[in-house]
Design a protein around this ligand. Structure first.
Ligand code: HEM
Length: 130
């Protein structure tokens, strides 16, 4: 830990990240393109994502402590992810952030930080292969 303020702090720490993921996954589950990729029991995914995003935004290394090196692109390889999936994922996240009371500028910052990884996880351009 250090004395610098992080994005993790700005969004409200672990509880703040949890509010984001709890708003996010219901949207994923309702999205025609994304829903088929995810298990019906979304709770374990939500929990892992809460831990990952906490650490991604500069908080404690909850994810790595439990699951080891994130290697997130590799963890997404079993799933066909097209540019359209990345757009959809980011749109769900944009709408989830809009439901929080975080300042608009912070919402844009968070979304912007996630758009790099989202497009980095694209691993196919085959739109048929969902
Ligand atoms: C680009 C669009 C994306 C798609 C379609 C996608 C899809 C998925 C799927 C299908 C899973 C596995 C669910 C399961 O356990 O069965 C998953 C897991 C996960 N995703 Fe994504 N994802 C995307 C982007 C992202 C981004 C941008 C992040 C964070 C920067 C992220 C973080 C995670 C995490 C932390 C997990 C859990 C990994 C684990 O099992 O330990 N994903 N994602």
């Amino acid at each position: 830990m250090n004395n610098y303020r992080t994005t993790f702090d700005d969004v409200g720490g672990l509880e703040g990240v949890r509010r984001i993921t709890e708003a996010f996954y219901p949207k994923v589950q309702q999205h025609p393109l994304l829903a088929p990729l995810f298990p019906e029991d979304i709770m374990p995914v939500m929990e892992k994502q809460t831990k990952f995003l906490s650490q991604f935004f500069g908080g404690p290394s909850y994810y790595t402590d439990e699951y080891g090196n994130p290697k997130m692109r590799a963890r997404h390889l079993p799933f066909p992810i097209t540019p359209a999936h990345a757009d959809a994922w980011l749109d769900c996240m944009r709408r989830a952030l809009a439901e929080t009371d975080l300042p608009d500028e912070l919402q844009r910052f968070v979304l912007d930080r996630l758009s790099g990884p989202a497009y980095h996880f694209v691993n196919t351009t085959n739109e048929q292969e969902t």
